[in-house]
Ligand binder design. Structure first.
Ligand code: MRU
Length: 349
């Protein structure tokens, strides 16, 4: 599959820009963008040209390196203060996914703690950005292996949003087990929620799975109850943007509805995430900031003309699924089961 061999985010060969696949253009066009300025990177994140919690983190790491190079700073102090300002600016582009600010803090902390002249410090920043990227690839592979132990060939799986290679590196999180299973000859039937309003399921997940040769059926978000009531779904697989210490999990709006349905129909509900998506600083889901997006996205985005009258639209981009609805959280360090406060804490060693 094309996107398993390349990256949705990478550093350009001349190291002067961050290259992304413009995810708003998929699946009809594959357009690569070369981002050179802080404003271009901010907009790419805000407008979901690059999206998915881990991919945003990788983009942020490379962005700090590329922008730090352009600063032509004369001293470590100058470099640190300008990088901190850029990190604050980029960090305000989207609030929910923890990976964005975690990657920016990692880059600034590395810089603050490093010794050397400006050239050496830039090399250290580059190494850190590459490490964030490479660690994500390795984490996705481990998540996929753990995830595959939860299902068997022939299973029907429901997905929501997109947690594949585009949202991360290579395999993805929520889709990783399905792609790995395909490689090993498993025969899944995957039902893909279209994921209103921005259609990450229809545009991206259906595209990625179809390209991988997996049996995909696209459904509207409100069809999940029907599918479960008919016994088509053996498990729900979703990614996530932030996990609180107690296991409450923020993911794309509509995930909560799928989890409630899964509980009712006794379908296991699995959340997939790299350990970098666990926010040990917050006790529960109430502390997760939920991004509110422009209501116009509901009315007219991806439609040739407006599909609704000029009424108010409410557009929260994420919801929080309470821990009690989650069967297991599948991480690169193992599969966590309730009680999550204990199992998630045991991942830190
Ligand atoms: O608004 P998006 O498209 O960035 O939302 C993405 C999701 O909700 C994903 O499920 C999540 O980031 C996990 S990606 C591995």
């Amino acid at each position: 599959m094309e996107y398993l061999d390349t990256d949705s985010v990478r550093l350009s060969n001349d190291e002067n820009s961050v290259i992304i696949i413009d995810q708003t253009k998929l699946p009809s066009e594959t357009v690569y963008l070369s981002l050179n300025t802080a404003e271009e990177i901010f907009d790419a994140i805000k407008l979901l040209k690059v999206r998915g919690a881990p991919a945003i983190g990788i983009c942020a790491g490379y962005a700090v390196y590329v922008l730090a190079k352009q600063m032509r700073a004369n001293s470590k102090d100058e470099l640190v203060s300008r990088v901190q300002k850029i990190a604050e600016y980029l960090g305000s582009s989207r609030p929910t996914a923890v990976n964005l600010n975690a990657a920016l803090s990692r880059m600034t902390n590395t810089l603050c703690n490093a010794q050397g002249n400006v050239c050496e410090l830039l090399e250290i920043l580059k190494a850190e950005a590459v490490a964030i990227h490479e660690e994500d690839i390795a984490m996705c592979r481990r998540i996929a292996k753990y995830g595959l132990t939860l299902v068997k060939s022939g299973d029907g799986i429901l997905t929501h949003c997109n947690a594949g290679a585009l949202a991360t590196s290579r395999y993805g999180t929520g889709l990783g087990a399905l792609l790995l299973g395909k490689e090993k000859g498993y025969d899944f039937k995957v039902y893909v929620d279209e994921t209103r309003p921005l259609l990450q399921g229809a545009r991206l997940t259906a595209f990625e799975l179809d390209r991988a040769g997996i049996d995909v059926t696209l459904v509207c978000d409100n069809m999940a109850g029907y599918l479960m009531s008919k016994g088509y779904i053996n498990a729900v697989f979703v990614g996530c943007d932030r996990v609180a210490v107690n296991g409450d999990t923020a993911n794309k709006i509509g995930t909560l509805s799928a989890a409630v349905l899964a509980k009712h129909f006794c379908v296991p509900f699995y959340v997939f995430c790299p350990s970098t998506t666990i926010d040990y600083s917050i006790p529960d889901g109430n502390a997760i900031p939920i991004e509110m997006r422009n209501g116009e996205e509901i009315r007219s985005m991806f439609c040739k003309r407006s599909i609704a009258p000029d009424v108010k639209c409410l557009n929260p981009a994420f919801d929080v699924t309470p821990a009690e609805l989650i069967t297991a959280i599948v991480t690169d360090r193992g599969i966590c089961r309730p009680p999550y406060t204990a199992s998630l804490s045991s991942l830190i060693c």
